[in-house]
Design a protein. Structure first.
Length: 91
């Protein structure tokens, strides 16, 4: 099933400058892996060495933070958008 992965400006250089990539995936983990297959290097920027989500990256599915759903194993519906959003910090 096709879903859209929306990427922030900081990651667009890894995907040829585009803001969205359509991939076939049934979970958030599969969506990230599919983008990484097409554009190697994305997963290392989003996932830590243990395969978990990096602390400074937020992932949303249908405006819901996946940390409050099933994390990377959150199931996707056809046509849904997965948004990768860097955490903002500062003072």
């Amino acid at each position: 099933m096709s879903v859209v992965v929306r990427l922030p400006g900081q990651l667009r250089s890894l995907v040829g400058g585009v803001g969205e990539v359509s991939v076939e995936a049934t979970t958030v983990r599969e969506a990230i892996a599919a983008v990484d297959v097409a554009f190697p290097g994305l997963a290392t920027r989003v996932l830590d060495d243990d395969g978990g989500l990096r602390r400074f990256v937020n992932v949303f599915v249908a405006d819901e933070d996946v940390r409050f759903l099933n994390g990377l194993d959150t199931v996707l519906e056809p046509g849904q958008t997965v948004s990768l959003v860097p955490a903002v910090a500062g003072g």
